[in-house]
Every structure is written in C-alpha cells, then in structure tokens.
Design a protein around this ligand. Structure first.
Ligand code: ATP
Length: 244
C-alpha cells in the first residue's frame, strides 16, 4: 500500500509499514506490533513531537554513554526494523557495542537481525548476541546476554524495554537509559534516564547531540549525567500529555 503524503497520519502509517515489513522479514515479532501499538497511543497523546524534557534526557543519556567505559546498545526486533542505520551510527559516535537481546528470542530471529544490520553497514564482528554466554538474574529469555557485552557494560541503552530487565540491569549497578513513550511504565520508572520519545526521533537526536558533545571533558560529561532527575522528567512528560 502507498500512503499518500497528504494523509494526516502519513508518518505514523509509514512507521507501521516498516514494522509489518520487519515481521515479514523475520526481524520483528508479532508481539512487537502490539508493543508498538501501546507506544503509538502515547505518541498520539504527546502530539507526535519531541518534548523539551526528552531533549534534556537525551543530552544526559549521551553524556552517560560518552563518559562510560563499556557502553552497549541493546537492540530488539522493533528497533532493528525502525532505526537500523541510526543505531549503527549512534554506536559509532558514542563508541558503543551493539548487542541483540530479544524477549521472544528465537535463534532465527537473532540471525535475521544480525544479517539486517550487516546489510545496513554494521561489521558482523561488532554485533553481539548470537552466542550469549552470561545471564542476568531473570527467568525469561532476555536474561541471556554476552559476558563481554551487556553483562560487563557500565551503561546500557535499552530502547523499548520490558520493566523486569530494566530493573535487573539497574540493580546490577549499571546506568540504564530507556527510550519509552510511556512515562508510566515500570521501565520508565526503573531506568536511570528515560527518554520519553519515539525511537524514530530519539535516536537521531542522540546522534546529533553526541556529535556536539564528543569533545567535552569527562568530568563535564559526568556532571551533565548526574544533574539529570528522572522523576522530574517523567512528571514533566505526564504534564505535557495532560495539557495537550
Ligand atoms: P513495562 O514492563 O516497562 O511496564 P510494558 O509491559 O508496558 O512495559 P512492553 O510491551 O514490554 O511494555 O513494551 C512496549 C513499551 O515500548 C511500551 O511502554 C511502549 O510505550 C514502548 N514503545 C513502543 N513503541 C515505541 C517506540 N516506537 N518508541 C518508543 N517507545 C515505544
């Protein structure tokens, strides 16, 4: 189907099409479509725009990634379908590894995502997740991680996360950066920094900010990260939704 540009929901429909193509290509799970629906509803309430507090959160998130010794970007089927080029670019500008981590894990889907990211320019050797050799304290498939990746990371970006894993990562002492359109989710509350925005806007914003901030000294980066107040940012997002 071709969505006419004049359609008021043009952008949102294109994003849906990308996810449906992701399901057909074996990258995105069917459950991922449902998760997207929840996100879409919150995006509608936010006016499908990036709010100021999300820009502040993105800045703190980029500072955290740039100051980290072992930053990792965790990628699932929705992220791979929606922002493959941007995730690869972000990994380059903040010097982070990419690790595939799926809630509805099948080996075929992990391989399909690796192939997809390779087709978008990521060197295969840089993508972790095909051979998980460590575990997080969780009782589902997302517990399976790489010892040299998420398990050892000091900062992890977890777009579209489930609350359980986010809490487990935070309890392990890692800085956890979530991108979640729902400011009320357990993920949003458990993360160190939550960017309440759509991944299709948040990741490009993070790339832009990383290019601006990459020369900053480490103590300045740490200060920007430390000054961020996650609770305040979530309250601000809720206020934005209510005042729409
Ligand atoms: P939690 O366990 O944190 O309460 P949940 O069970 O509500 O999470 P899931 O179904 O695990 O949610 O994951 C979907 C989450 O991802 C939702 O909170 C939704 O708002 C968010 N989401 C979906 N699509 C996007 C998107 N494109 N950009 C940002 N967030 C999104």
């Amino acid at each position: 189907m071709t969505v006419p540009e004049s359609h008021p929901r043009h952008r949102s429909l294109l994003i849906r099409e990308r996810l449906v193509a992701g399901v057909k290509a074996g990258i995105t799970s069917q459950e991922g479509l449902i998760a997207h629906g929840r996100g879409e509803a919150f995006d509608y309430l936010l006016g499908e725009r990036t709010i100021n507090s999300a820009i502040h959160a993105s800045r703190a998130a980029v500072a955290t990634m740039l100051a980290a010794k072992r930053p990792v970007l965790s990628v699932n089927g929705n992220v791979a379908a929606l922002v493959p080029d941007e995730i690869i670019e972000l990994s380059r500008v903040v010097g982070a590894q990419i690790e595939i981590n799926l809630f509805h894990r099948t080996e075929n889907r992990v391989h399909a995502i690796v192939d997809h990211l390779r087709a978008h320019g990521a060197p295969a050797s840089e993508i972790l997740g095909e051979q998980p050799d460590a575990a997080l304290p969780l009782d589902h498939a997302r517990s399976r991680v790489c010892a040299a990746g998420i398990h050892a990371a000091d900062a992890v970006l977890v777009p579209l996360e489930d609350g359980d894993r986010c809490q487990a990562l935070a309890r392990m002492g890692k800085s956890v950066i979530a991108i979640d359109l729902n400011p009320l989710s357990r993920t949003a509350e458990a993360a160190t920094i939550t960017i309440v925005d759509n991944v299709v806007r948040a990741i490009p914003n993070m790339i832009r900010l990383a290019r601006q901030m990459e020369g900053l000294p480490e103590d300045r980066l740490s200060e920007i990260a430390r000054r961020h107040d996650n609770n305040r940012a979530l309250q601000d997002a809720i206020r934005e939704i209510v005042s729409q």
